[in-house]
Design a protein around this ligand. Sequence first.
Ligand SMILES: [Zn+2]
Length: 214
Amino acid sequence: MQFIDIHTHTSSIQKDVFSIENKYPNSTDFSKPFSIGIHPWYISENSLQNDLKIVKEQLNSEKCYALGECGLDKITEIDFSLQLEVFKQQIQLSEKHNKPIIIHCVKAFQEIIQLKKEIKPKQPWIVHGFNKNHQIALDLIRHQICISFGESLLINERLQETFSKLPLDFLFLETDTSEKHIENIYNIASELRKTEKKEIINTVKQNFSRIFKR
Ligand SMILES: [Zn+2]
C-alpha cells in the first residue's frame, strides 16, 4: 500500500509514502523525487534569469516530476503583471520539457482558467492546496485542471461538502507544509466519499500514472 503525496515541503522519507518534494532554485538537495519552480512570493527581478536557468537545468532530471509550485497570487505584494510574465515563462518550460505544472493560486482562478484556454497546453495542470467552493472546483475540472487537497480537508466543512461530490478522476492529495502524515488526508477522503481507503489509494494512483506518465 503506497500513499502518493503530490506536494510536500518536507524532506523526510516515510514508509509507504511516495512524495514529490517541492524545491526552489536555491535548493541544494535534488536526490529524491521533486518539483521545482519559481513561487510567485519569491520572484525577484534581480535573480529571475538565474532562477529560470536553474529550473531549466533541473527539469532535465529523471527525479524531477513537475514544474512548480508556481502560479498567481493576488494577496502577495509582488507585482501581478510580473507574476503573470514569470508564470507564462514557466508554462512554456513545462511544455518544452514535458513536465506537468503544480500551481499555487490565490484569488486568481479565472486568470488560470483563461490562460489554460488561451495557451491550450499539452502538459497537465494541477492546482494544489485547493480550499475553495464547489463551483470553482467544477470550473477547474471542466477545463481539465487537476485539483490537489491537503490539510484543509480535515477541518473546512464547506470544503468537505465540495469534496464529497466531485468527480475523482482529477483528484490528488498532499501534505504541503503540514506536519501531519499523508494517511490522515486519505482517511478523511475515504470517510467523506463513504468508500474504503484502498479505493482512494487506487484512484490517486491511477490519476498519478495518467497525469505523470510514470
Ligand atoms: Zn506548497
